[in-house]
Design a protein around this ligand. Structure first.
Ligand code: GLC
Length: 599
């Protein structure tokens, strides 16, 4: 009887191809688990692991199982339409269960752009964008923010953030300037490393850690004219000195993934650049994680789709963010492998790196949402850290006659400007939607106007007049919050950094009444502010502070002194752009890199 039973089990194992279960042994070394699992996988199962699909583009959830898909993502703003984070956890678990239902039960790895908090999720804590964190110069704070973000991401089940962006923006016309920590590679490297430590923690298998992504490799911030997805026309010395250091640092921190960039280097698209992705990143820098493409990035390569796939995979891309056409992708790559256009060794290398990340994350042991974190999303404790980050990100550029800090007992305060009551602008792009929003309805947070109303004492009168029309000279001071509206990626590319025309009108009108003016600039980059600065008695660069507007009033009313330092050289005119600390006319800048006043 016993003999028959063991024969039965053996034939079952052989039938299902599961010749071993070592990959399920969480105590076994990861590389053995990877080798064991790889040895059992069919080509179809392997290629499915290299395929990443945007959840909104799934034709049917069952396709996750039918095509052995290895990864999903929520593109900007994509997710369940809900105000309840618990619905996100259900959303994630639903997809994961399809993956677990396959023959080998390889769990999904699910990525999301949690770039300044878990910003797709209603009620999540929204931190200052990276340009503001650059102004804090506080690596410990950046690490803490990334750890909090990891907790909030884990609370919805997701395992992976496409962050930190370690671009070194050299031209402020670029729409993604605010996603970088600043113009200095030393600063970007230091804060990028801190963010990776915060996201990945001491052990990726810990429930409060997620995989990080250093992006976008490489020289995304160095394109001509600051054109998004444009061409970085620079020599290798410039590439290595300005844009590569943050990747050296990221690799020192064992970053789990790196995202290829849309841009080109001297005319060659990064998504097909074998020298940069394989020889340099994998060879010279010994990057051990996996390379993920950007959103349909391989389609920007030369040739037809079949050729683009072959070029990208052979150049070093391990996972393709399709993000939609998984059936044509899988058909094409299968043919290319069978025709020998893509070596099986390349496939095994790519799949091995993806499986390694999944083992390290503990996904085989705990694939579903750890719901103990879900209730922490947007917690008061998290928001306090965000408020601290806002305070430390503010850069005081002018303070005539020490008008700041303001007295909380002032009798009459006028609050004006297009961004005084505009949480959407305050948060910027990548907030609840890809491009961000206007107004205050997008999520839970405190617009600066509300923060001012909360900060002043009971006998102060706060008058809100966006255009400034209500100014009559009887107000003790005007706080005018100006700047940009939310944008993301190329939609933020500009030809000029001038402020919206009505800005000067508003400030001039108030000034003509003899009122002292404190100007707060909400923007994703330095802008041309000369005229407005001249009329302002005090001027603060607040960048894109996020939901916690009280961080601004904490400084305006003196609970904290400003400590922020410019992460970019500030241009005095458009003909100085592109401008950085090494520019030959850097000394004619309006303010130098690192400038910042205090009380
Ligand atoms: C976008 C961005 C990238 C982001 C990805 C997924 O196009 O370039 O930063 O992580 O797609 O949303």
């Amino acid at each position: 009887m016993k003999k028959i039973l063991s024969l039965l089990i053996l034939s079952l194992i052989i039938l299902t191809g599961c010749s071993s279960t070592k990959h399920l042994d969480s105590d076994a070394p990861v590389d053995q688990r990877v080798a064991d699992l790889l040895s059992m996988m069919t080509l179809e199962e392997k290629l499915g692991q290299m395929t990443q699909i945007n959840t909104a583009d799934l034709l049917d959830d069952i396709d996750i199982a039918d095509y052995y898909l290895g990864s999903l993502l929520s593109g900007g703003g994509v997710g369940p339409s809900t105000d309840d984070p618990a619905d996100w956890a259900d959303y994630y678990d639903n997809f994961q269960n399809y993956a677990l239902s396959t023959r080998l039960g390889i769990p999904l790895i699910y990525g999301v752009d949690a770039v300044h908090g878990h910003n797709n999720v209603y009620g999540a804590t929204i931190f200052p964008h990276n340009i503001g964190l650059g102004a804090t110069r506080d690596a410990d704070l950046v690490e803490e923010i990334a750890h909090i973000t990891a907790i909030e991401v884990a609370g919805t089940g997701m395992d992976w953030t496409f962050a930190p962006c370690v671009a070194v923006p050299q031209n402020e016309l670029w729409g993604r300037t605010y996603e970088g920590f600043g113009e200095d590679p030393v600063l970007v490297n230091e804060l990028g490393k801190a963010a990776i430590r915060g996201y990945q923690g001491g052990s990726l298998s810990a429930p409060d850690t997620i995989l990080a992504t250093a992006k976008h490799y490489v020289a995304d911030g160095g394109t001509m004219g600051g054109k998004d997805q444009g061409n970085a026309v620079i020599d290798e010395t410039e590439l290595r000195e300005t844009h590569l250091p943050p990747y050296v640092g990221a690799i020192e921190e064992n970053v789990g993934s790196i995202m290829a960039s849309f841009n080109s280097w001297n005319g060659d698209k990064l998504h097909g650049h074998k020298y940069l992705m394989t020889d340099l990143l994998r060879g010279e820098l010994e990057f051990e994680g996996f390379i993920v493409s950007d959103w349909a990035g391989i389609k920007q390569l030369k040739g037809n789709y079949d050729q683009q796939i072959v070029t990208a995979i052979n150049a070093g891309i391990d996972m393709v963010m399709c993000p939609a056409d998984y059936i044509p992708f899988l058909d094409s790559i299968t043919d290319s492998v069978n025709e020998g256009l893509i070596p099986m060794e390349r496939i095994d290398e790519a799949v091995g790196k993806i499986l390694k990340a999944k083992f390290q994350l503990g996904l085989f042991e705990a694939p579903l949402t750890d719901r103990s974190f879900t209730s922490l999303i947007g917690s008061d404790e998290h928001r306090e850290v965000a408020r601290e980050a806002v305070r430390k990100s503010l850069v005081l550029l002018k303070n005539e006659d020490s008008i700041l800090p303001l007295d909380k007992n002032l009798e009459k305060i006028l609050v004006s400007g297009v961004n005084a009551n505009n949480l959407g602008a305050q948060c910027g792009g990548w907030t609840l939607s890809w491009q961000g929003e206007r107004g205050n309805d997008l999520t839970i947070g405190t617009p600066i106007l509300e923060a001012i109303e909360q900060a002043v004492s009971g006998n102060s009168e706060v008058i809100y007049s966006m255009s400034g029309k209500k100014s009559d000279g009887t107000e003790d001071v005007a706080i005018v919050v100006i700047g940009e509206q939310a944008y993301a990626e190329g939609k933020g590319d500009r030809k000029t950094l001038n402020l919206p025309p009505d800005t000067l009108e508003t400030i001039t009108k108030i000034k003509e009444n003899g009122t002292k003016i404190v100007t707060v600039l909400i923007s994703g980059r330095p802008m041309i502010i000369n005229d407005v600065l001249e009329l302002s008695d005090a001027f603060i660069a607040a960048w894109l502070p996020g939901t916690e507007g009280q961080g601004v009033t904490d400084v305006l009313f003196g609970d904290y002194a400003p400590t922020g330092k410019l992460p970019h050289t500030w241009p005095a005119s458009m003909d100085q752009i592109p401008l950085d600390m090494n520019s030959d006319h850097g000394d004619e800048a309006l303010f130098p890199y690192g400038f910042g006043l205090t009380y």
